[in-house]
Ligand binder design. Structure first.
Ligand code: DX5
Ligand code: ZN
Length: 216
């Protein structure tokens, strides 16, 4: 699986959620990227279950749910019930990461692990074979529209190497500041999924912004 695009709903117009979800349905996007923030793990609160329920009622593509919350174990079942296909937790938020990953899988979802920009790829070495997706944060999580951190290129390369060495099937997702300026390099270095919020939703024609990324 490669070159997937996951527009981030965080940058959508919440007063026109149905319209924006329909735009993604009609576009070349592959997944819906859903950012859940609790105001504790990150300095922002996004939205919770009722909004996700609404998104799920419109979305016709897999829901890729990115939890930026402390103690995510409490809500694994809720997100499974809300139809999350991929559930990504933060390495920095999980004391018993191995158990959390098993719980996500037991609940029928693919397990993702996200790394903050300062967290080295090497922390995943003992667990990479259990993970379905690694999300490399290319901004400090909490807000859309931030500047891409260039060290992500090195981390992508390193992660690709780790995945190959350990014969893991984990997919590489890049999240934050993605645009048509860095997409090609990221795909070339081994990224499988690019998340894009502002680049899609702040463009004049979001559907062609998605096609633009998809065709890279
Ligand atoms: C940041 C979120 C991202 C964000 C990406 O904390 O995890 O998914 O919505 O938005 P852009 O593409 O605008 O950086
Ligand atoms: Zn995200």
């Amino acid at each position: 699986m490669h070159n997937l695009i996951a527009p981030s709903i965080l940058s959508a117009d919440f007063g026109n959620l149905e319209r924006d979800c329909e735009m993604i349905n009609q576009s070349k996007a592959d997944w819906f990227h859903i950012d859940i923030m609790d105001g504790v793990f990150v300095p922002n609160i996004s939205f919770g279950m009722p909004v996700l329920k609404s998104i799920n009622s419109y979305a016709k593509k897999p829901l890729d749910v990115h939890l930026m919350i402390t103690d995510p174990d409490r809500y694994i079942k809720n997100f499974a019930d809300l139809n999350a296909k991929i559930l990504t937790v933060h390495f920095e938020a999980c004391i018993h990461l191995h158990r959390t990953i098993q719980e996500i899988k037991i609940n029928g979802m693919k397990a993702g692990v996200a790394l903050n920009p300062h967290t080295p790829v090497s922390v995943l070495e003992p667990i990479i074979s259990d993970i379905n997706l690694v999300c490399l944060m290319s901004v400090n999580p909490g807000f859309g529209g931030q500047k891409f951190i260039k060290n992500t290129y090195n981390k992508t390369k390193e992660l690709k190497r780790l995945i190959q060495t350990k014969k893991s099937n984990a997919l590489i997702e890049i999240d934050g500041g993605v645009s048509n300026k860095n997409a090609k390099k990221l795909f070339d270095l081994g990224a499988n999924i690019l998340v894009a919020g502002n680049f899609v939703f702040k463009s004049e024609d979001p559907k062609s912004a998605i096609s633009n990324l998809k065709s890279i």
